[in-house]
Design a protein around this ligand. Structure first.
Ligand code: CMP
Length: 154
């Protein structure tokens, strides 16, 4: 089972329009992948620099760090077969203008910086990104059960 890290960015959490956070989480659930950890967090500058360390020195790096620390973000660990590819498919291209119709970035992204969502591109990314958000005891292993399992809670 593959794991990926997903982060909903401040252009979503700070937006007055409501329902976008829920819609994005719902799109993730509808892939059939399992959410194993979830947290709202405001990244420090140091955490953001570690998170985006592969982009250090690029022309957009400083803007990216300023933006991602401008408000709370929502981090998730998502697991399942081909999780990295499946989540990147529903995110769409990095630049919302180039993202296919029906993808998260097409529907909600504002520009290439404020593009609503981040998702790991590799196992190495996943390890670095998820360790900034979650300790081991915040990641849950659980199995889905049949609805009749809940009948005992009267
Ligand atoms: P994300 O998936 O979070 O990974 C790195 C981020 O850098 C990316 O989304 C964009 O928000 C941003 N980014 C990538 N390429 C560019 C670019 N050419 N100009 C500005 N920002 C970029």
């Amino acid at each position: 089972m593959e794991k990926t890290f997903v982060m909903i960015k401040p252009d979503v959490t700070l937006r007055k329009t409501r329902g976008i956070i829920g819609d994005i989480i719902n799109r993730i659930e509808k892939t059939g992948l399992k959410i194993k950890a979830l947290k709202m967090k405001k990244l420090t500058k140091e955490e953001a620099e570690e998170f985006y360390s592969p982009h250090k020195g690029k022309h957009f790096y400083e803007t990216l760090i300023e933006f991602v620390t401008s408000g709370p973000v929502i981090g998730m660990i998502v697991e399942g077969e081909d999780a990295i590819k499946k989540i990147r498919e529903i995110c769409g291209a990095t630049d919302p203008k180039k993202a296919s119709e029906g993808t998260i970035r097409h529907d909600y992204g504002i520009n290439i910086t404020c593009n609503s969502i981040h998702a790991s591109t590799s196992e190495e990314d996943f390890q670095r990104e998820s360790s900034i958000f979650f300790s081991q005891d915040e990641v849950y292993d659980y199995e889905y059960v049949d609805e009749k399992e809940f009948e005992k809670y009267l």
